[in-house]
Design a protein around this ligand. Structure first.
Ligand code: ZN
Length: 653
């Protein structure tokens, strides 16, 4: 049907008469407004010292209703117009995600005098006030009314823990680089709670903590996890693991589990040959109550995992690849930052087109460090590679949308679900980036006869002077230059073909160069089982071509797959399969039973109030991705060590 319609349209266009004069767009006799461009009234950020130190006091004691109460003083140099900004473009989110709608009860004062404010009608993150003559400082008071259900946004206040994110609870003056604005922050936590952040406390009075004075950039980069159930573990002389939990019963890490986190730090510092922090604090929340998070900072990271992270350790690899990913960002993303992603303040838009390096190579090293530290077993890592390669192969949208374009997805879509992910693509620069960097690693190994690897690039590009937690920016040419310095090769074409151009298949050469090939088997790996469990889903993407939950709700349909061809879409609710009431087991059994058969699988599903019987043509049985060792000697057991085997081995004792 589709091609017929297109042909009809093409012939209609062909015979249309060629216009002889410029066509009239809108009739002359209707009213037409003039356009007046809005006035730019917000001063541009300048790299000059801010006159004075802001103070910020956040009352974070309301763990019942999640209302943060803010009192902030802002020194002012002169009378007249002052513009205060609420952070909009958030580092790590790579997008304008500041939750401005949750700022409420906003008031400004000059001493006892209340000041009027007006929000900028072009930039709604900006508030204008007029500073009276003779006034040296103004006070802002407001609440950050945090999400009370996940439909409002991410929950940052739970009964037994909170995540204080300074960008949510502060304003800053326009006209200055944020690194030029000093601020002294104080937080009041619920009684008896303990807190961790990259900032060090100056004074602690009961549950009130006054932090060291820092610049506003550093403040925003130093969020807090605080909780009733809290532990700190020393991983090295500089690095701590700070854990909060929903309940004391989850806060039971075993010494060997902590040891693997310490090994992660050791392996990461050995990989990059430096530490780009004076100290580093992992903030780890074991929670089902606070919203999920994985967010990098220069000297800390916010990590939210399931409560059973430690207590169900042996059941599955779980979320143990999160901390390896986030710590890599201290080097890749924070110390070395794409030029377009470093901005002088939180108002200037970020340009994300190097996320395939920032996130892609972090994803790559995250999995490698997961394996090297023992947080992930080697088999789990191989299973993850298989899942990633298979998923990227299904991204048929690569035929119209090059990988580089997906780097703009944080801005375009803000992680909202999509109806046709495989065709629309999503933040593929993470996992396709991983595959590209795996291939680069294996090419360097091959071209250097095993003397070098991507590790040489990591040291040369992301490593710097120990303890330097500043920022060094780069562009794509810098990446290519360093690659060529490490190992001469046509890296420009390598990147152009994989990143900038549309492609026909996922870049899987790294797997085969590394000694493995992607295959499909009827056995689901522990990694995939854990993934399904975490997402409360049954992923049948490689057989039926859909993903469904235990209520029968279809969350994804693979573009061009068997379910797609039968007319199915996400949002349907499956009621029955081959005449039997739906359960995920019934569905899987139907796929198995139909193996080698010539009849379709009948899927009876509800679309709103209507029911429809979808005839899904698929007889290949249950299929899950896995990696198979390429063994030229023909023996799986005695297979020789390949490039991926070498890559995943620890480099420290
Ligand atoms: Zn990341």
């Amino acid at each position: 049907m589709r091609s017929v319609a297109l042909l009809g349209l093409a012939s209609a266009l062909f015979i249309a008469p060629i216009p002889t004069a410029i066509a009239q767009a809108m009739p002359d006799d209707i009213s037409k407004p003039d356009y007046i461009a809005p006035e730019q009234t917000i001063p541009e950020a300048q790299d000059i010292a801010y006159p004075g130190t802001m103070t910020l006091e956040v009352d974070a004691t309301d763990n019942e209703q999640g209302i943060f109460k803010v009192t902030q003083t802002i020194p002012v140099a002169k009378a007249g117009k002052l513009t205060l900004l609420y952070p909009e473009w958030l580092p790590g989110n790579h997008a304008p995600r500041g939750e401005i709608e949750k700022v409420a009860g906003l008031e400004f004062f000059a001493g006892p005098q209340k000041l009027d404010w007006v929000r900028d009608n072009v930039d709604v993150y900006a508030f204008h006030v007029t500073v009276p003559q003779g006034v040296r400082e103004i006070t802002a008071k407001f609440q950050f009314v945090s999400a009370t259900t996940s439909s409002h946004g991410r929950i940052v206040m739970a009964p037994a823990m909170l995540n204080l994110r300074w960008h949510q609870v502060s304003l800053y003056p326009a006209g200055y680089y944020v690194r030029q604005i000093p601020v002294t922050a104080t937080a009041i936590y619920p009684d008896g709670w303990q807190a961790a952040t990259a900032m060090r406390p100056n004074t602690v009075t009961g549950s009130k903590v006054a932090y060291e004075t820092v610049d506003y950039d550093t403040l925003v980069d130093s969020p807090v996890f605080a909780g009733k159930y809290f532990q700190t573990h020393k991983l090295s002389s500089r690095v701590h693991l700070n854990i909060v939990a929903d309940d004391a019963k989850y806060l039971k890490p075993k010494p060997d589990q902590i040891a693997k986190h310490a090994k992660l730090v050791k392996e990461a510092e050995a990989l990059f040959g430096s530490h780009q922090y004076d100290r580093y604090d992992f903030l780890l929340a074991l929670t089902d109550e606070m919203g999920g998070i994985g967010l990098e900072h220069h000297r800390s990271s916010e990590n939210g995992v399931n409560r059973e992270y430690f207590t169900d350790w042996d059941d599955s690899p779980g979320r143990r690849n999160l901390l390896p990913h986030e710590v890599v960002h201290s080097w890749n993303g924070k110390y070395r930052r794409p030029q377009g992603m470093w901005t002088p303040d939180f108002r200037e838009p970020m340009r994300d087109d190097l996320l395939w390096v920032y996130e892609g190579q972090t994803q790559f090293w995250g999995y490698v460090l997961g394996a090297r530290s023992g947080l992930y077993s080697k088999q789990d890592t191989l299973d993850a590679y298989a899942a990633i390669a298979a998923a990227m192969d299904q991204r048929v949208g690569r035929s119209w949308r090059p990988l580089i374009d997906t780097t703009l997805d944080p801005i375009i879509v803000a992680r909202r679900p999509k109806p046709w992910t495989d065709w629309q693509r999503q933040e593929d620069y993470y996992n396709e980036g991983l595959l590209i960097w795996l291939e680069a690693d294996q090419i360097i190994r091959r071209e250097s006869s095993g003397k070098k690897s991507l590790e040489n690039f990591a040291k040369a590009f992301f490593g710097g002077k120990n303890g330097d937690w500043g920022v060094v920016t780069y562009d794509e040419q810098d990446v290519l230059d360093t690659l060529n310095k490490v190992q001469p090769y046509d890296w420009a074409s390598f990147v152009k073909d994989r990143v900038h151009k549309t492609t026909t298949a996922a870049p899987k050469n790294g797997l085969t160069l590394g000694g493995y090939r992607l295959v499909f088997t009827d056995k689901q790996s522990a990694y995939l089982r854990a993934n399904d469990k975490r997402r409360k889903q049954t992923d049948l993407s490689y057989s039926l071509g859909l993903t469904v939950n235990d209520k029968g709700v279809v969350s994804a349909v693979s573009w061009g797959g068997p379910a797609f061809k039968s007319g199915m879409k996400s949002g349907l609710t499956i009621s029955a399969v081959n005449g039997k009431a739906f359960s995920t087991d019934v569905l899987k059994q139907a796929i198995e039973d139909n193996m080698g058969q010539s009849k379709p699988i009948e899927v009876f599903a509800k679309n709103g109030d209507a029911y429809h019987n979808f005839m899904v043509d698929f007889n290949g049985g249950l299929l899950y991705p896995a990696l198979e060792k390429i063994d030229n000697q023909g023996s799986g057991e005695g297979a020789s060590e390949g490039g991926i085997d070498r890559l995943l081995k620890p480099i420290t004792k």
